[in-house]
Design a protein around this ligand. Structure first.
Ligand code: ADP
Length: 201
């Protein structure tokens, strides 16, 4: 142990980091069908939070499946491993005081409760982005529904793979007939009291 100088007692904890960032960290977990609006709304929420000085990180398929999870496919086993790793990464961000915005279809109760149990209940804020399947299909942002209907993509959520609606989300946001700005402000109003250190002191 010569020349080893442990500094564990000097390591900053989550609360120290939250104090530096002047915020309370939490995972905002957006769940919903493909094309329901998870990414769009999360980006707008992130923008509104930035204006108010909050420090955030969006986690979505683009940065997770192309990186840390690029060895995973879409089998049942891989989907669960995908969510498990996302949840573990989220936990690290939360311990750094960062607010995460997680945009994953996460179609089953089992997946979401796995994420909730890893991240822990008190750090997990589930937002159900609720858009009817026919509207998501009309939007068909990435052309995936068309491919799924043509049988070119198998096990596509909402088409030949189930989406289990959350029974008791922290927030239920219906997007159809509403503007993106409205959906964003509903979320901002709900989370500001939770993430603000300044108002609760
Ligand atoms: P997801 O991330 O859930 O797959 P996206 O955010 O990529 O969905 O796509 C949602 C699409 O729906 C975008 O083209 C967006 O402009 C459109 N849209 C229309 N109305 C809304 C709304 N109220 N909230 C979110 N998205 C909306």
């Amino acid at each position: 142990m010569k020349n080893i100088h442990p500094v564990f007692d000097q390591i900053l904890g989550r609360q120290d980091k939250e104090a530096i960032l002047n915020q309370k960290s939490i995972a905002l977990w957006f769940t919903g069908l493909s094309g329901s609006g998870k990414t769009t709304i999360a980006r707008h929420v992130e923008g509104e939070l930035a204006k108010r000085g909050f420090f955030t990180q969006v986690l979505d398929g683009d940065n997770i499946r192309s990186g840390i999870n690029n060895n995973l496919g879409f089998s049942e086993e891989d989907r669960h491993e995908n969510i498990r790793r996302i949840a573990e990464v989220t936990k690290l961000f939360i311990n750094c005081g960062v607010i995460t915005l997680n945009c994953f279809i996460s179609p089953t109760m089992k997946m979401r409760s796995l994420a909730r149990s890893i991240i822990s209940d008190k750090n997990f804020f589930e937002i159900f982005v609720d858009t009817p399947l026919d509207i998501c299909e009309q939007r068909d942002v990435k052309g995936l529904y068309k491919k799924a209907r043509a049988g070119e993509i198998k096990h596509f959520t909402g088409i030949d793979s189930p989406f289990e609606e959350p029974r008791n989300p922290n927030l239920h946001v219906k997007t159809h007939g509403e503007t993106i700005e409205h959906c964003t402000s509903v979320i901002i109003d709900a989370i500001l009291p939770i993430i603000s250190l300044r108002n609760t002191k």
